[in-house]
Ligand binder design. Structure first.
Ligand code: ATP
Ligand code: MG
Length: 405
């Protein structure tokens, strides 16, 4: 098969392949960009595989960066673009189910394609668009099948991460996992415990954000992969509930984790430890915690001014979008309007500061001051007090008198 019209990225990159060939080496487009182009998707970075060794690539191109030379990858800067060029390689004997003991550079494309995970990822393309398909990847691509290259059991035993990759590709591409490959995942799912949480999390979050989440979640649950993921052990039933949410693609990663946390019935104080186990960033943990709070509140009724104020517009709209998954009307415009009508949107806008209060109230600063500001802020947000210095100071003084301070 030959692709007659190549996307722009490949046309641009063809001169790099040309250059390598002029030095009597082979070079091809490989990996995800070939797969995605054949699926008619706009592809991302094009990856190039070559028979030239890294040192040879560095001699051919003037501007290069060693980005992963021990794996055979050299970054070639070419005009405005940069390309990862990786030497054909085989990976011999995996002792720990995750990293090859050694990478051996080879001159044969076939050897290189053989070590790749799935047939749809083991396609190569010549610079003119001619497809090289040694493992029937084109048929699997047409049939929507994820199939391991070679013996599935061996391949997952070598590198357990591939099982997570299988389920995430199923979700991203809306593909099914071929039976033998699925059986092999069922057999070896527990080897996932050997893989670092960070690498599992990358694949899992891609699964959650995929086009057809259910296509990935079902095998993830049925094969038992979840049993070896942080915080998911024994949570088959809850995960099944999660998989039953309307199967529309989730837009943001933080939304995906929020829906997951809710369906797993994780209590508010357990959200942070759960997400920490997944080694997510502090920003992500913060956002998911706030979104979870907001979603719980919003599912009980319309937005409260204090919650709009607490979350801020960005998180508020993100929560609002999640109502879709609970069959409720999503009111983005109305919510944004409500937010805009808040008397103040941050503490900075409050008409009094701690210093103002200390000037008129003759007392040493202490806990009372923070509590008083919290109260003033809340009353302004809810409209009980107008945001004017005079009025706020009067109120503050009265309050303190009342409390006998
Ligand atoms: P994406 O669109 O998510 O980048 P991709 O297929 O390009 O998908 P990468 O992780 O970028 O995935 O890997 C590039 C290629 O390297 C894959 O297409 C596959 O051929 C090979 N590959 C990646 N990870 C593995 C693995 N764990 N085992 C075997 N081959 C792999
Ligand atoms: Mg890629």
């Amino acid at each position: 098969m030959k692709l007659e019209e190549l996307p722009e990225e490949f046309i641009k990159a063809a001169s790099v392949i040309d250059e390598i060939q002029q030095h009597d080496f082979e070079a091809y487009f490989v990996g995800g960009s070939v797969r995605d182009t054949l699926l008619g998707k706009t592809s991302h970075d094009v990856d190039i595989a070559t028979s030239a060794y890294p040192e040879e690539i560095k001699q051919i191109f003037k501007r290069t960066v060693d980005v992963g030379i021990e794996h055979g990858t050299v970054l070639v800067l070419h005009g405005e673009e940069s390309y990862e060029i990786t030497t054909f390689r085989t990976e011999s004997t995996y002792q720990d189910y995750r990293r090859p003991d050694s990478v051996t550079f080879v001159r044969s494309l076939e050897e290189d394609l053989k070590r790749r995970d799935f047939t749809i990822n083991a396609l190569a393309m010549e610079k003119n668009g001619q497809i090289i398909d040694l493992f029937n990847g084109l048929t699997d691509l047409a049939d929507g099948m994820i199939r391991a290259v070679g013996n599935a059991k061996e391949r997952f035993h070598e590198d357990a991460l591939r099982m997570m990759r299988a389920v995430r590709f199923a979700s991203q591409l809306d593909f099914a996992i071929e039976q033998e490959t699925l059986n092999a995942i069922y057999t070896y799912h527990s080897l996932l415990s050997k893989i670092s949480v960070e690498r599992i999390a990358v694949e899992f979050s891609k699964l959650l954000l995929g086009k057809d989440r259910l296509k990935g979640l079902s095998p993830f649950i049925e094969t038992g992969c979840y049993q070896s993921c942080p915080g998911l052990e024994g949570k088959g039933r809850e995960l099944f509930c999660f998989s039953e949410l309307p199967n529309r693609q989730i837009e943001e990663e933080r939304q995906a984790w929020t829906l997951l946390v809710k369906e797993l019935v994780i209590q508010p104080e357990e959200i942070c430890p759960f997400l920490k186990e997944w080694k997510l960033s502090n920003q992500m943990i913060h956002d998911v915690t706030e979104l979870s709070y907001g979603l719980t509140q919003r599912l009980q009724g319309e937005w409260l001014a204090t919650d709009l104020f607490r979350l801020g517009l960005d998180l508020v709209l993100s929560v609002e979008e999640l109502l879709f998954y609970y069959n409720q009307e999503v009111k983005l415009k109305e919510t944004a309007n409500k937010y805009e009508q808040l008397p103040i949107k941050s503490r900075k806008e409050l008409a009094v500061t701690g210093n103002d209060l200390l000037t008129v109230i003759n007392q040493k600063p202490g806990k009372w001051l923070g509590q008083l500001i919290d109260e003033l802020e809340k009353k302004v947000v809810t409209g009980e007090l107008v945001n004017e210095q005079e009025a706020l100071l009067v109120y503050a003084k009265n309050q303190l008198n009342k409390e006998g301070k």
